[in-house]
Design a protein around this ligand. Sequence first.
Ligand SMILES: [Fe+2]
Length: 570
Amino acid sequence: MITLGLNAVFHDSAACLVRDGEVIAAAEEERFTRIKHGKRPLPFTTWELPFHAVDYCLATAGIELADVDQVAYSYDPRLLLEEQFDKEKIALPLQPSAYPAKALWTSPWEPLQLAYIMNAERQLLDGAPHHIRKRFLSAKERKHWQWHYVEHHLAHEASAFLAAPFGESAVMTLDGRGELATTTYGRFDGRAFERLGEVRMPHSLGLLYEQVTDYLGFLHSSDEYKVMALASYGSPEYAGVFREMISIKDDGTYEIADPKLAERFGPARQRGAELTKKHFDIARSLQLVLEESAVSLSTILKEKTRSKNLCMAGGVALNCVMNAKIRDAGLFDNVWVQPAAGDAGTALGAALWSDWQARGLRAWSMDHAYLGPAYGDEEIKSFLDRGKVKYRKMHDIPRETAEVLERDRIVGWFQGRMEFGPRALGARSILASPLSAGMQQRLNDIKDREDFRPVAPVVMEEHAAEWFTGARTSPFMLFVYDVAPDKAERIPAVRHVDGTARIQTVNRNQNALYYDLLRAFRDRTGVPVLVNTSFNTRSEPVVCTPRDAVECFWTSPIDALAIGSFLLEK
Ligand SMILES: [Fe+2]
């Protein structure tokens, strides 16, 4: 049973291929097209399917599109058609924006978007770009698949509870919006999943965070993590304002009043304008109230489910400071967040859900996120040779790279299968020594990022608790921990202004080469920690191919590149 999952409606378009319950491949379209997030979340872009990511998934499985048994699309247009539109026909004026929308929060272009979604199957058969059509062509004659529209939040939920290492769990999703839902609660008992409640538009913690992101002069649906970083520099002066906006009821539903940000706080910050105390304070206040709200919702879900385990997805679940507050509330023994928690992960969730529905069995859990393309030494070497690039062959990749890192050189690390999800986890990473305080600034310079952005550590799993207070396994960089007080001076580069660090733990089963590199660095310095940040520069997607890596290396001040067995140094 081969199931192809697709996310295409909003942004972070992605594809995932599941064979008999096992995830064979998953990747975001942005990595292939080099357009950040794949596309903007606009009605006009909904027709664009993640063709390159699909082609990669098919190639990895050694199949053609015609061989797919199920296609699972992570949005169910019928939910909107039933409530808001005629089921057979959608009237689409030639100039939709000349007509009022049905509600303030809907777009007059929604009929156009729905038409695209209804035609996604035809687009999959006909729309593949010319240069990658080979694996798509035979589907026109031979397709036998069942097409499933999977509700957007069900896809988020399934991406969590079917991927998590739990036999049973409470499930919470928080994101901007799906068809109508914005927040959901559920329980998975090992045999069945039950939706226990949901919050619908226009009430959305995710959209509130997006609106503030926009107000603070950043790109909404993209730069929310910058607001989270800003928050650590502010004080919660305006927490009362945000608390007043949000009213949470006993059943877990909530309402959010129109934030009217410009009315409350004055004119919005323009992109690139100076950041003032007020901006930091607004970010801090929003972040604090988000954390309080998420803990309240988790408490209600705990009461409803009595489960020991919580798993989460949805774009808001990428907020690692919020996740840490839920963890520290002690409601659940285990809190697990699926690493592609944003919309890309709905491709994974839709595929896992449809596979599980068809076969009734689970066969996989997500121990790591290395589900993307890999490139062998032969391929890398022939690319380097063709470009007359100077390199040397390493005979012991971890040891020789650790030696470069110890010299305080910043290293592009391109090894093995690319990560699925927004975090670089040691396959497409920029790595550096954490020992000097200036490293954060150097990395932000290299990546052309804002000064307030922190960089994060990766640590050998067995040493995590020595270096970060109370740290447990955290393979996906989705939780912050405090840097242990007696270690803070040793690793100043990774300590954020509030004393925390967003850690990744790694063990040898997850990624042997990466683990061995940390061990080699520990053997040389006594510190089992490195700085890990994504291998890209500002506004660029993370590198995918050797070409992307070499181009990024030569167009930025990165000092060295460890790509497969080859080392390039400037
Ligand atoms: Fe979503």
